[in-house]
Design a binder for this molecule. Structure first.
Ligand code: ATP
Ligand code: MG
Length: 322
């Protein structure tokens, strides 16, 4: 069960957020978690629930971005049998499923405006009206919301209700990015490498000083998730061996100080491990990483790789990645 102690940090910035979360956990007030992707909003929401008096009751996590707009109301508030075509049974809905416990509304910025109005009503009155019902039903669910978006900006664009924002952020909590707590990088690196070498039953890889300093300098757009995933990859690929700067993903190598002789902006100095590499595998893996990073946008992926889009398309075919 996730607990505050799983939020590893030595940063005063995050420690302050954790301390206020520990206080808030004992109450029923709504919490608004903001922060970039991978900063630990999910982990924090669960830690609050399991440290609260509601710990023995359900923790229901809903990703608002994944709810189809036509079904979002009945998914959240439930419906009565026959309320609409296809409603063949009564449906409890997520809010009632969370009765006595905590409702975690992730990606709250994606909720349609009409549903926002109904959610506000629930937060203010403590009752809901399932689709097709006429009488309100009392529900006791504590709400924690999260978003990586700037909700004030959405309010300015009339895509998010200002009254709902104020109602939700009784206690706003902003999870600092890994960039803002780069002092945590070394500690997290060691902890995650240990964790995955235990999980995979493989000896620890040993990052060189040069590799470590590139990791400290990297911007970590994917925050802790990005670092954690990298650690698993390093354990799998470099267990029991040293990890040199050249073994790190290209965008991290780029964070390393450039050798003074460098004339281009490109990464230099990939060092071939003694036991050799599988070049085809490495190439297709790096292409896959570029596509992940660019979320499938081929032009952007090609730019990340320093090749033309045509060359990328050719290689995608070659590696059967198209
Ligand atoms: N401080 C931390 N210590 C240890 N692990 C952490 C920490 N913060 C995040 N993690 C881990 O990083 C990963 C991503 O965290 P999480 O899913 O909570 O992020 P998120 O903010 O919800 O991201 P998204 O906005 O993409 O949903 C998880 O595996 C989580 O356990
Ligand atoms: Mg999340």
């Amino acid at each position: 069960m996730p607990h505050f102690s799983q939020l590893l940090t030595q940063s005063p910035l995050l420690e302050t957020v954790i301390r206020s979360a520990q206080i808030v956990a004992r109450t029923d007030v709504s919490v608004m978690l903001t922060g970039e992707t991978g900063t630990g909003k999910d982990l924090m929401a669960q830690a609050i629930h399991y440290a609260s008096p509601r710990a023995q009751r359900p923790f229901i996590a809903i990703n608002c971005a994944a709810l189809p707009e036509t079904l979002v109301e009945s998914e959240l508030f439930g419906h009565k049998r026959g309320a609409f075509t296809g409603a063949t049974d009564d449906r409890l809905g997520h809010i009632r499923s969370a009765h006595g416990g905590t409702l975690f509304l992730d990606e709250i910025g994606e909720l349609p405006l009409a549903t926002q109005a109904k959610l506000l009503r629930f937060l203010e009155s403590g009752d809901i009206i399932p689709v097709g019902e006429s009488n309100p039903i009392k529900v006791d669910a504590r709400v924690i919301a999260a978003t990586h978006q700037d909700l004030s900006q959405l309010v300015r664009e009339s895509r998010f209700r200002e009254d709902l924002l104020y109602r939700l952020q009784v206690v706003p909590m902003d999870m600092p990015s890994l960039r803002e707590r780069s002092g945590d990088i070394d500690m997290l690196l060691n902890r995650f490498l240990l964790h995955f070498s235990g999980e995979h039953q493989l000896p620890l890889p040993k990052p060189s000083q040069e590799a470590r300093s590139a990791l400290r300098r990297h911007g970590w757009p994917g925050n802790v998730r990005e670092l954690r995933n990298l650690c698993e990859r390093l354990v799998v690929l470099f267990h029991g061996r040293s990890v040199e700067l050249g073994n790190l993903p290209a965008e991290i190598m780029r964070s390393a100080p450039k050798p003074s002789s460098s004339t281009s902006g490109h990464v230099r100095g990939f060092s071939l491990p003694e036991e050799g590499i599988d070049l085809e595998w490495l190439e297709s893996d790096i292409i896959r990483q570029a596509l992940d990073r660019s979320r499938g946008n081929k032009s952007r992926a090609a730019r990340l790789l320093g090749i033309t889009r045509d060359t990328l398309l050719y290689r995608l075919k070659k590696f059967d990645l198209a």
